[in-house]
Each structure stands twice: as structure tokens, then as C-alpha cells.
Write a protein that binds this ligand. Structure first.
Ligand code: F6P
Length: 539
């Protein structure tokens, strides 16, 4: 059974939320803090090693009740059971959405088309385990009988962003292997990576769910040619492996059948790091850490499946996001991790969130009459404080932000950690309270610049405070956002698991590519024709 189609704006809850919005939109959060001493305990969730404080939001308990009514009216509970139950909720592609099965325990049973997928998942996991252990220990050797020193992940989008983000995020837990990522079809990218490599000691992991992606196949071909300048055709089997659903195409590329790590069509690319797409993660940090990452995600799955909506972290984060997007008309959301390890986290979430919910057709095929997917951006603090925070504090736009911080640093430099975290708390405090005219005057500010020094405050933030960045907590954090995406897609009544929007550009690029070298009477708009001609004169 597929997902129900309910226009959220037709619900009673939506209408009530509108009325409620009108009554609170101009209120300052600080007044609610003053009036209600238990606001923080009412608006925070302690779960495992996570503490999520959402009290610094422009909401009252009534807002939360109404958002919960909305979830009930769009039948969120029913949708969650279809999501975990392997139903084909990705209707436009006729597929289930089962990345959650990838992190389920061995004794779980998850049925897809009448078959339990868990044994198959564990077969592949076993293959990942043994392969990673052999490479890391040095037992597996390259064509000149040397152990591997470098790994290159060749993939793009979901076949790159997830593994690249996690390998970077877990670099504290890394072994001796240097892991590189080649994604862009820009030949300068692959060449910059190749120049650091020794063909005798580098293992290449080609990751492509479809094995038809132009960027990945071009990079893989260039790398294979480079490799063959140093080695023989039969050596490819020793140094190239692939992760894909398309076994035929992988074999046609010349990869040995034994070197193929399968995946399944019920794993979406942007949710695939838990599958063999995460092979480079397992190589970088060892299989045990990879498994712990998965078990962290599984804990979040259980929390999402079982916690009441009012205590459910992904559900609440989704509610808040909808509140700002559809009622306050906020267009973007910032994600600010206070750890350099999560440097690539916002980039990773851009694909996960924007490719999923950047849709404008509802589940009945009609154009939506409300806003859907939000813009996602962010950079780690404190760097971002010195870059774009000015606009968040004093600009004209409302930008809800998630602040993600950790109780301990990994290298244990307490002085740095305290400075980092004092900034973490200070920013959300400043965004909440702002600074009044009286305070600015009290500081003895020159009269002419008083208005410039006033901060309105009342800028919403969520604080996600986690004990420590570990493979497990990272797994939980990623899964938390995955489920937030799901909830938003349900409420917005869109199909979150297809990505037809990326196709048109790909098709046109294919046509334009031929025009560079062949005579063509292809028709373009005047601007594009002129630009293509100009490029042809430069190339
Ligand atoms: O950008 C579109 C997309 O299909 C993504 O959804 C996907 O993650 C990426 O391309 C790569 O696809 P593949 O893994 O099939 O090479």
C-alpha cells in the first residue's frame, strides 16, 4: 500500500496553526522564558547521549499541540509503519525505502516483496568486514605484492558525499590508510588526486548505484587508463572493486565478479552510506567502527519508531522546520556543528534534504499550493561566526539554526574545548536575547551608532548537545536528519525518494557535449547558443 495523499493545508490543524501564528508571530521568546520557569524541561529531550533543547524557538505548548494534530491528520504514524515495513513508498520509482534495514540487527526480519532482506544484507556486510580487514592488515596486496597505503573512492552524489563526510568526521578513529575521494567530472579533480598516488599501493573503489553516471564512469575510465600505464589488464582484479546494483555494467567495465559489492534498488543513493557504499568508511576506520556507526543509526530508528511525537527528536525537528518554513516563511535553515570534524556535514545534508524534499508536485500529481523543501547551508563554528553570522544576528531574514555541540573534545585539549563551547552557548544566547537599546546606551555607545549595535534577538535555534563524537553518536545524528526528512515529506505530501529534477540537465549536457566536436544544428535559446560558441572558440 502506498502513502496516503493529504494536502496539509486542507487540515483543521493547518487552519488552527495559521490563527495561532497570527497571535504569536510578534511575541518575543524571552517573555515566555520569563513567564514559564519550566520551559526548558518542557521543551527539551534527553535521549541516550543526546540532549536536544528546542526551547529557544518561537513556539508555545499550543504550537506543539497543533503541530501534533497536523501529524495526526496527515497520518504520520501510518506512514512511519509503511516506511519501516518495506512498502513501496517511493511510488514514482516503484521501490521501497529501506535504508533502515541496513542497520537492523541480524535477528530482525524486514520483508520486501515477501522476502526477508536481512540475510542478504549480512552476507554483504560479511564481505565488507573480511575485505576491510584484509586491506587494513596488509594481507591483501596489489599487483607488485605490496600492501595498500591509499584508497580512492570514485563516485558522486550519494556515492560520495556520505562516505566522504563520515570518513572526515571519524578521522580521529582512522587507521593508516589515506582515503581520497574523486567525484567531479572536472578532470583537474581526478588529476590532482592521481598525482599523489602510487599505482602499486592504491586500491580503487568505484561506487555507483546505477553504474551509468557520467562523472563516475569518466573518472573510473581515466583512472583505469592511468593504472594500465603501470600495470597489466589482469592486475585490475587486484586493485579495482565496485559497489553497485548493476552487476552487468560493472563486469563490462572489467571488474572481477568477486570484487563486486552489491546493493539494492530499495536503498536510495543519498541514504546509502550504510550499505556497501560505506566500504571506504569501513576501510578508513575499520569494520568494527563501521558497525558501531550502523548500530547508532539503528538506535535512532528505534527511538523514531517508538517515541511519542512529543518526545520524538526527528519528529520535533521536522515540526519546527515546517513551522518556520510554512508559517514564518523562512526559506533556509543553517546547520552549525561546533566541531571541525563535521566540516562536510552541511554539504552532505544538502543532498539528503534538498534532493529529497525539493519537490513541487504532491502525491496525487498536483502542483502544491504551499512551500516545501528548505534551503540548507552551514559551516562549523567558530569559523562561521567570522563569516556569515552577522546576517543571522542582524540581517532581515529569519534563519532557524541547528547548533550541534559535543561535551568532550577528542584530543582532550580542555582549554580549546571550553573556548569552543563558550562560543557555542553564547551564540544561541545572543540569538535568543539580542541586545536592547538600553543595554547599548549603558555601554556608553556613541549616540550616532546606537541603532547599529542593537540586536533584536528572537532568532530561533535548536541546541543538540551530544556527549562525544563517536561512530555511534554520528550514526544517531545522521539517522536523526534522515527521519526528519521523512516526516517533512509526509507532511508536505511529496514523494521524498525520487530525484527526477536532476535529469533534465544531464540530458541536455549529453547533447551539448556532442556539439563541441560535431557539426550540429541543435537549437538553443540565444544566450546558450552564444555561450557554447564562445566556449568552442576558447577550447
Ligand atoms: O544526482 C543524482 C543522483 O542520481 C543521486 O541521487 C545519486 O546519489 C547520484 O546521482 C549518483 O548516482 P550513482 O550512485 O548511480 O552513480
Amino acid at each position: 500500500m502506498s502513502l496516503k495523499s493529504i494536502n496539509p493545508t486542507s487540515t483543521t490543524a493547518w487552519k488552527n496553526l495559521h490563527k495561532h501564528f497570527e497571535s504569536i508571530k510578534d511575541k518575543h521568546m524571552t517573555t515566555w522564558f520569563e513567564k514559564n520557569p519550566s520551559r526548558v524541561s518542557e521543551m527539551s529531550i534527553k535521549w541516550d547521549d543526546f540532549f536536544v533543547d528546542f526551547s529557544k524557538n518561537r513556539i508555545t505548548s499550543e504550537t506543539l499541540d497543533l503541530l501534533k494534530d497536523l501529524a495526526d491528520e496527515v497520518q504520520l504514524t501510518d506512514a512511519i509503519s509503511k516506511y519501516f515495513g518495506g512498502e513501496k513508498i517511493n511510488k514514482t520509482e516503484g521501490r521501497a525505502v529501506l535504508h533502515t534495514a541496513l542497520r537492523a540487527p541480524k535477528n530482525a526480519k524486514v520483508f520486501y516483496d515477501g522476502e526477508n532482506v536481512i540475510p542478504e544484507i549480512f552476507q554483504v556486510k560479511n564481505k565488507i568486514k573480511h575485505f576491510s580487514e584484509d586491506v587494513i592488515s596488509g594481507n591483501k596486496k596489489g599487483f607488485t605484492n605490496k600492501s595498500f597505503t591509499d584508497i580512492v573512492n570514485i563516485g558522486i552524489g550519494g556515492s560520495d558525499l556520505g562516505p566522504a563526510m563520515v570518513v572526515d568526521a571519524l578521522s580521529f578513529y582512522k587507521n593508516h590508510l589515506n582515503v581520497h575521494f574523486v567525484s567531479n567530472v572536472d578532470g583537474d579533480h581526478v588529476n590532482e588526486v592521481l598525482k599523489k598516488l602510487n599505482p602499486e599501493t592504491t586500491l580503487f573503489v568505484i561506487v555507483s548505484k546505477t553504474f551509468t553516471t557520467q562523472e563516475t564512469l569518466s573518472n573510473a575510465t581515466t583512472i583505469k587508463e592511468w593504472f594500465l600505464q603501470h600495470a597489466k589488464q589482469e592486475d585490475i582484479a587486484k586493485q579495482f572493486v565496485a559497489v553497485s546494483t548493476n552487476i552487468e555494467k560493472v563486469e563490462a567495465f572489467g571488474i572481477d565478479n568477486q570484487n563486486i559489492f552489491p546493493m539494492w534498488d530499495w536503498v536510495g543513493g543519498r541514504f546509502s552510506l550504510w550499505s556497501a557504499v560505506g566500504l571506504s568508511i569501513s576501510l578508513a576506520v575499520g569494520y568494527k567502527n563501521f558497525e558501531t556507526l550502523l548500530s547508532g543509526a539503528h538506535k535512532m530508528d528505534i527511538h523514531f519508531k517508538e517515541a511519542k511525537f512529543e518526545q520524538n527528536i526527528p519528529v520535533l525537528l521536522a515540526f519546527l522546520s515546517i513551522w518556520y518554513n510554512n508559517f514564518f516563511k523562512a526559506e533556509s535553515e543553517a546547520i552549525i556543528p561546533y566541531t571541525q570534524y563535521l566540516n562536510q556535514f552541511a554539504t552532505y545534508l544538502q543532498q539528503a534534504i534538498m534532493e529529497s524534499n525539493g519537490k513541487s508536485i504532491d502525491r496525487e500529481g498536483n502542483k502544491v499550493n504551499y512551500q516545501t523543501g528548505n534551503l540548507i547551508w552551514g559551516e562549523p563554528g567558530t569559523n562561521s561566526q567570522h563569516a556569515f553570522f552577522q546576517l543571522i544576528h542582524q540581517g532581515t531574514k529569519l534563519i532557524p539554526a541547528d547548533f550541534i555541540g559535543f561535551g568532550t573534545s577528542l584530543h582532550g585539549n580542555q582549554d580549546h574545548q571550553d573556548k569552543l563551547m563558550s562560543n557555542f552557548f553564547a551564540q544561541t544566547e545572543a540569538l535568543l536575547n539580542g541586545k536592547t537599546k538600553a543595554e547599548v546606551i549603558d555601554e556608553g555607545t556613541n549616540e550616532s551608532i546606537i541603532p547599529y549595535k542593537i540586536f533584536e534577538g528572537n532568532r530561533p535555534t535548536n541546541t543538540i548537545l551530544i556527549e562525544k563524537l563517536t561512530p555511534e553518536s554520528l550514526g544517531k545524528l545522521i539517522a536523526m536528519y534522515e527521519h526528519k526528512i521523512f516526516v517533512q515529506g509526509i507532511v508536505w505530501n511529496v514523494f521524498s525518494y525520487d530525484q527526477f529534477g536532476v535529469e533534465l540537465g544531464k540530458q541536455l549536457a549529453g547533447k551539448i557535449l556532442k556539439e563541441f566536436t560535431e557539426n550540429s544544428d541543435a537549437k538553443h535559446d540565444a544566450s546558450t547558443s552564444n555561450l557554447i560558441a564562445l566556449y568552442k572558440s576558447m577550447r
